[in-house]
Design a protein around this ligand. Structure first.
Ligand code: SF4
Ligand code: SF4
Length: 201
């Protein structure tokens, strides 16, 4: 895991590569764990000594990850854990990696320290663009503070009709208590032309 300060990131946009959903453990807050258990059952979660986690498949991928030849998406849209929404950024109150000044970010009257996991393929490195510094980063801070649900850069562009289909699929996924394999079969049966609406961040 290579962590870089936000000041070394030029831009970010999720491309739905799915790497973050194949490599990492997702730690759940207690309300998130309760929500997922209530909706899908306890078998979709796991636990370690001091935390609740999303269960992984034998290949290491998240059990809620749905993959297609050219994209991957999360079938846990409306109950997606905050840890997933914040990926690949870490919003901290104190400096943790490298030089504090490189990670420092002023948000209102607060000083935060922001980092990114360089494994994310949606990152471009270099001097931050205006959009990244004043739009992307503030959105992630708002997600961290519970003021916002998702980053606007977490969604790839689709036509309106495609979006409607995607939203319908999300609704079916969310409301169904069926196993994720059923979700996946349903997605593929529909040609799987729609998932770009769904990002993993
Ligand atoms: S956030 Fe998006 S681009 Fe980054 S690793 Fe996850 S799926 Fe890939
Ligand atoms: S974004 Fe969705 S598929 Fe990816 S790790 Fe989180 S819950 Fe699983």
């Amino acid at each position: 895991m290579q962590i870089v300060p936000w000041s070394q990131v030029s831009s970010w946009r999720c491309n739905a590569c799915g790497i973050c959903c194949r490599r990492y453990d997702v730690v759940l807050k207690l309300p998130e764990w309760l929500s997922i258990v209530k909706k899908y059952g306890v078998k979709y979660t796991a636990s370690s000594i001091n935390s609740f986690l999303l269960r992984k498949r034998p290949d290491g991928s998240c059990t809620f990850l749905v993959e297609a030849p050219n994209a991957a998406f999360c079938s846990l849209q409306r109950t997606k854990p905050q840890a997933c929404k914040l990926w690949p950024f870490k919003i901290l109150d104190r400096p943790k990696f490298g030089s504090p000044s490189n990670a420092s970010y002023r948000f209102g009257n607060r000083r935060l320290f922001i980092y990114a996991d360089a494994a994310c393929t949606g990152l471009t490195f270099g001097a931050p663009t205006h959009d990244f510094a004043y739009s992307v980063i503030p959105e992630f801070i708002e997600i961290a503070f519970g003021l916002r649900q998702n980053s606007s850069k977490a969604r790839l562009s689709c036509s309106r009709s495609t979006n409607l289909v995607a939203l319908e699929i999300a609704r079916v996924f969310e409301e169904s208590a069926a196993h994720i394999a059923v979700h996946r079969a349903y997605a593929f049966s529909l040609g799987y032309q729609f998932p770009l609406q769904f990002c993993l961040a």
